[in-house]
Design a protein around this ligand. Sequence first.
Ligand SMILES: N[C@@H](CCC(=O)N[C@@H](CS)C(=O)NCC(=O)O)C(=O)O
Length: 259
Amino acid sequence: MSARNATPAILITMPHSHYSEKARWALDWLSLPYREEPHVPLLHRVATTRNGGQSVPVLVHGNRRFVDSTDIVMHADAFCGGDLLYPRDATMRREVETLEERFDLELGPHTRRWAYAQLLSESRLLRQAMSRGVPWFEARLLSVLMPLVRNQIRARLRITSESAGRSLDRVRAIFREVDERLADGRRFLVGERFTAADLTFAALAAPVLFPAGCRAAYLALDEAPAAMREEVLRLRDTDAGRFALRLFLHERAGSPAAP
Ligand SMILES: N[C@@H](CCC(=O)N[C@@H](CS)C(=O)NCC(=O)O)C(=O)O
């Protein structure tokens, strides 16, 4: 048995989390064997704090713990031999890491805040997405915890209609930057092949694109409120939106289904 197969990893997630999708996509793309352990919001902290983290995703690999999606992707890339999602060339690698960090810090929080603002009133649909694949007792508990979960999300992410509007502006601005980058006809954000920069952009844009092929648990676009649907269609109809959808189609397809 190869070293790669000897130590199947555990990926602690929440089913609807786009940062979890980022890590999951990387593990799938690199064919690093893992078992996913999805949890509902709030109860995820039992699993993450036990492993030295807070948020999801957390990767437990042998006796090592990785408590941030970027650390997970970097570890997985290095473990699988390197020069896969991060180019060996130092200048290109720096460019990939800079974009990845920008998407992590800017795109991810703003797509999430805008999407939650549209969906917090859709309690039943939200609960369905949040409980996909979780242990049965967590799914049961979530029906009781749902009002608390919604309040906590609203408070922690400071969701108001004004902040959601500002987040949408920020998402559009990042999409315009990506449009400009792609304007010279390039197929990937850095260099000639798929990297962690592309993966991170597409995964963290997922809450505003509802991409086919995404393994995060989302409702179907036609179940979303009309105003959300219209905005998703507008964002899909941009070069950046089409780019992310293409990445899901060509770089994500064929990966094992999420639980
Ligand atoms: N910087 C972290 C951000 C992860 C993150 O924000 N995860 C959210 C879900 S998308 C989360 O776990 N929120 C609940 C919490 O922080 O306990 C990463 O890249 O892994």
